[in-house]
Design a protein around this ligand. Structure first.
Ligand SMILES: [Zn+2]
Length: 408
């Protein structure tokens, strides 16, 4: 059935890669400041009220670039992560149900629950948890800090300053994201950030920041003193607040617009991205090396047909931007994949040239049913019409398929 040296130009194919459609969707928002939302929950009651696909839609509407989600009972977080791995960064909330925030730090069951989740999933943060004053030095919180250090996790603490300082003192490497900037005054927050270089703050549920579209002198002074330590968050602690994510992003953009552009970008998305994404990349890479993340026996609407028996799935690790390095994971499902060689290239058909860079390539998984290769250091140097080219060589046969996409 398969001819030797068989080139299929797949622009005829109606199937568009899920990942590419996410990128194209992103382009529709090209003029809207992206937001990293570092304080989201999708707990059991939210899951009942709003399906995960709708939640992702809401987040895309808000032009979120990254969403740090932690949920009581964790299932909501995993549902979102499965649907949008390019967007969702999972946090481990140590609560199984709503209403454990005043008891969890004395309940062995919560610690067991945390350890169980850590043995089955990867996360970037542990939290958001609630701890005040001396409770941070109880046995269970101490163990949480140890686990954070062991598993490369940032602590996301809804705490007063005393508890934050106890957490930081327990381990000399652990980082703390201080939820709601402690509900403290900007001047005090500024002093805390000056005192502790492993401390960051989110502004979730701080409606007074930029209310009426204007920043007070006190908040402005904090932002200028610590331009790289402050990030945004909606705090969807009740189910109906999921629908508030776009309005929150839009409201933040109004006062962000009064700031110098580089400071606005930092607070809008870069600070959260720079703090949390490297941690998540490192932790999730451990997950990928132990399991194939694409299940070949499931029909995947984003899959690109190579031939009757094989399909390819391309997963960029982020929204592709001109001149910026990114990675793509290419998974090819089919038969005799243990002897297959796969290659990925991006070309500009109109200009007759490709990338100026040769990506580094690492085989993550290879067996008779699947081969997964990670391509790092990809970079598209100009906007325009691009084309992915996937080449599979197997049993002396070479099959190439391509898929066009627009980069603006
Ligand atoms: Zn909170």
């Amino acid at each position: 059935m398969i001819c030797k040296s068989f080139d299929v130009i797949s622009s005829r194919l109606k199937v568009i890669l899920l990942a590419l459609s996410a990128i194209l969707f992103g382009l529709a928002h090209a003029d809207t400041l992206p937001i990293s939302d570092a304080h989201l929950h999708y707990s059991h009651d939210s899951v009942e009220m709003t399906p995960p696909a709708r939640v992702i839609e809401i987040m895309r509407e808000a032009n979120l670039k990254m969403a740090l989600v932690s949920s009581s009972d964790d299932k909501g977080t995993q549902l979102l992560l499965d649907l949008a791995p390019d967007l969702i960064v999972p946090g481990l909330r140590p609560y199984t149900r709503r209403g454990e925030l005043g008891t969890w730090y004395q309940d062995q069951a919560n610690l067991d629950y945390v350890e169980d989740l850590l043995s089955n999933h990867q996360y970037a943060t542990i939290g958001e948890f609630h701890l005040y004053g001396e409770t941070a030095d109880l046995e269970i919180p101490k163990r949480i800090v140890e686990l954070a250090a062991e598993h490369n996790l940032i602590l996301h603490a809804h705490s007063d300053a005393d508890a934050v300082e106890s957490l930081l003192a327990q381990d000399s490497n652990v980082k703390v994201l201080w939820a709601h900037a402690g509900f403290d005054e900007p001047e005090f927050v500024s002093a805390m950030l000056s005192k502790h270089d492993r401390l960051w703050v989110d502004l979730a549920f701080r409606g007074e920041v930029g209310s009426g579209g204007q920043l007070s002198d006190e908040w402005l002074a904090l932002f200028k003193a610590h331009p790289s330590r402050i990030m945004l968050g909606t705090d969807t602690y009740t189910p109906e607040r999921m629908y508030y994510i776009p309005a929150h992003a839009e409201g933040a953009r109004v006062w962000l617009d009064t700031l110098p552009e580089d400071l606005a970008e930092k607070i809008a998305w870069k600070n959260a991205y720079d703090l949390i994404m490297p941690v998540w990349k490192q932790n999730s890479a451990m997950l990928e090396s132990s399991a194939t993340s694409v299940a070949c026996n499931e029909t995947d609407a984003s899959a690109l047909a190579i031939d009757d028996q094989s399909t390819a799935i391309l997963q960029p690790d982020r929204e592709i931007e001109v001149g910026e390095a990114f990675s793509v994971k290419l998974t090819v499902c089919g038969q005799d994949m243990d002897s297959a060689e796969v290659a990925l290239d991006a070309t500009m058909p109109v200009h007759g040239h490709g990338m100026n860079y040769t990506p580094e390539q690492t085989v993550i998984d290879q067996n008779p049913d699947v081969v997964t290769v990670q391509f790092d250091g990809l970079r598209l140097h100009m906007p325009g019409k691009w084309q992915w080219q996937v080449t599979v060589r197997r049993d002396g046969e070479r099959v190439q398929v391509s898929e066009e996409f627009q980069l603006n």
